[in-house]
Ligand binder design. Structure first.
Ligand code: GRF
Length: 212
């Protein structure tokens, strides 16, 4: 059974979607630890409510980003974590973190990558940018994490129509519903070894989802 570590910074509704789908036996895995870089992240409570270890790491206790990530990586290694899921973790991983879990870190982004992503595109800002641009379609993306911001190989995407009267808050909610569906599917595919990496001629890596 795959051992998952989930990193969060906030409410943790995506974490909840993974917990629920493990408990109903859709995902063959278990969550060994939930780590937050925010003390009051509600996701920590969600973890405790399901008897999952919940740990807060305070960046202020570390001198550099690397020191901070070294501490988190060793916490994950100590627990034999095989898959790291970023579920609303508002912090960019250092290359050190990524190299320790190469091709074993998933992230969920609330837009259709490569649009409305990268540095500065997080939370409500993503949906504000979609509305400001006048895009008619947005959505959610689950992807592997590499050294860049939202540049890793895409696993799954699903679109959401942008409606005339949408506000960023309304759009965020509609996209979040899709996220809760998409992330558990991607975690399941990973756990069942159904994601194949394909290297393209330009050295980019893409992911092929293997059918049953
Ligand atoms: C989600 O929109 C996710 O895509 C983004 O941060 C948000 C986290 O929400 N990375 P929650 O904490 O899972 O409720």
């Amino acid at each position: 059974m795959i051992n998952i570590g989930v990193l969060i910074s906030g409410s943790g509704t995506n974490l909840q979607a993974i917990i629920d789908n493990i408990e109903n036996n859709y995902i063959p895995a278990n969550i060994s630890v939930v780590i937050s870089n925010r003390k009051n992240a509600f996701g920590l409570e969600r973890a405790k409510n399901h008897n999952i270890d919940a740990v807060y790491f305070n960046r202020k206790n570390f001198e550099t980003d690397i020191d901070f990530d070294v501490a988190i990586v060793s916490e994950l290694q100590k627990r034999n974590i095989q898959l790291v899921v970023l579920a609303g973790y508002l912090n960019i991983l250092t290359p050190l973190f990524v190299s320790n879990f190469r091709n074993r870190i998933l992230n969920i982004h609330p837009a259709l990558i490569p649009s409305f992503c990268g540095k500065g595109y997080y939370g409500l800002k993503v949906h504000e940018a979609v509305l400001e641009y006048g895009a008619k379609i947005t959505g959610a993306t689950v992807h592997f994490v590499d050294e860049g911001a939202d540049t890793g190989a895409i696993i799954l995407q699903e679109s959401v129509n942008v409606l005339n009267n949408d506000t960023a808050e309304i759009l965020q909610k509609r996209v979040l519903t899709i996220e809760h569906k998409l992330l558990p599917v991607a975690v399941k595919l990973f756990c069942e070894n159904k994601l194949e990496f394909i290297e393209c001629p330009d050295k980019r890596t893409i992911v092929k989802v293997l059918a049953d």
